[in-house]
Design a protein around this ligand. Sequence first.
Ligand code: NI
Length: 393
Amino acid sequence: MGVAQKFEGLIEDVRENFGDDIIALRRRIHEEPELGFDTEKTAQKVLDAIGDLPLEIQTSVAQNGIVATLHGTESGPTVGLRADMDALPIHEETGLPFASKIDGKMHACGHDAHTSMLVGAARTLCQEHLRERLRGTVRFYFQPAEEGGGGGRVMVEEGALEGVDSVFALHLWPGLELGKAATKPGPAMAAADAFEMEIRGRGGHGAMPHLTTDAVAMAAQIVTALQTIVSREVDPVEPAVLTVGQIGAGTAFNIIPEVARIAGTVRTMSGDLRERMPRRIEDLARGITRGMGGDIELDYTFSYPVTRNDPEAVSLALDVAGRLFGEEAAVEAEHPSMAAEDFAFMLEEVPGAYIWLGVGDVSGLHTPKFAFDESVLPRGSALLAALALESLA
Ligand code: NI
């Protein structure tokens, strides 16, 4: 690392030159949310906003993703900056003038903000007076399918991270004071895995339970028993979550159904525990059903790994955020979040840091009323630009 870069005036520079464009782009993306890998129109909006810049642009990465490369004036390492582009299947209830025009789809996780902040960072860094400070290459990743599709994994599989030395991403974070940035070394977000269980008994008349094996009664026992895996088997100081989010059985009040189904999510922070969970869930549920005369079938999916930040990247990020926003606005987070993030796949390939950008006390992520103060957008662009400047100093 070379001499610490100066960031005085960078936020004002971004705000004055690009602030309105960043906000307008965010609103255009917000109005027309797209899900999963189907982010074609969003990608087009990004291309329209960066098409005039001196970037090498690669499209159709992970289907509708974009990788844009900016070469500095001298050669050196490569830093990656990543934003996610996809929305959620939620009906928006913010009442904003630029609210979603597409029924049942909404940018309720701030990915519209992340995308426009990254465009703002690209525009900022392409200015000659900043570009000439880049000793190396910046790669901008516009990624689809963060919300369950694993677009980050696909980008890695397609080789988009090859030759990259460090990588950073931002996420708007309700509950963290507006304008503050927070991150932590090591595990920052949980591994998120999913299970579905079919509980099989023998159906029959609701009035003759002795002639049946009641799948509903077995499911109820299983849901209760599953609570004891985290509370009784996991070290109390180790973070873990087991949530049964779905349960279903039966067709009528007086019929004992043959089959019941439950589904849930498991969140862990360590590889060991993560590996152990499916076996424990299966053994416990099978023990209960065998004892009651039935059986189960478990379908378990390992989804997103732990989002693990590199300690050096974290200290660089906190140092940059402190110099840009002021010391008190750069926070080393005490605890990880049990939410998950597919940037984890990129962090498995390349050291880097995932940074939370505070939007204060607003309706939570993934809620129909999620909205935030857009003054955070130019600040986020400035932070991304500063991370690149510092990494390539
Ligand atoms: Ni998100």
